[in-house]
Design a protein. Structure first.
Length: 143
């Protein structure tokens, strides 16, 4: 089982397109292959971004369906308490909570489309970086 932190951009992509690696990764949450690690700040960002009016137009989910989806993710993820904050580590302050969740939760990896944004900070903490399609190569699971 891979313990992973999933960046918000992957969640958005997975909801917008029902095809591809991002959507497949979302379908794996709660299975024996994938344990999603979340912190309160990161989960609040998920909710905030996914419920933006412009994002709702893109993914087509109602607020009620998003609430059900978020509840499913919350109940099928491991909650991480952020005991230590190592700021600043990244050029984008909005990415700090993703890295902090991964480090505090002992994640195997961060799944993001912005792997370059997390280098070299993730390497300093021993956190691997993968795009959604790359994670399936590592997990040997077909998309």
């Amino acid at each position: 089982m891979m313990n992973m932190v999933i960046d918000t951009n992957v969640l958005c992509s997975g909801l917008i397109s029902r095809r591809g690696a991002s959507n497949r990764l979302l379908q794996m949450i709660g299975t024996k292959d994938c344990l999603m690690l979340v912190s309160v700040p990161l989960f609040l960002e998920y909710e905030s971004v996914l419920k933006r009016p412009e994002m709702i137009l893109r993914h087509g989910f109602s607020s009620e369906k998003l609430d059900l989806l978020l509840a499913f993710w919350a109940s099928n993820s491991r909650s991480v308490t952020l005991h230590v904050l190592w700021r600043p580590q990244l050029s984008d302050p909005n990415d700090e909570m993703v890295l902090e969740t991964a480090v505090n939760g002992g994640a195997d990896c961060i799944v993001t489309f912005n792997t370059k944004d997390f280098e070299p900070a993730a390497a300093r903490f021993g956190i691997k970086l993968f795009t959604p399609s790359e994670i399936f190569q590592i997990m040997e699971v077909s998309v």
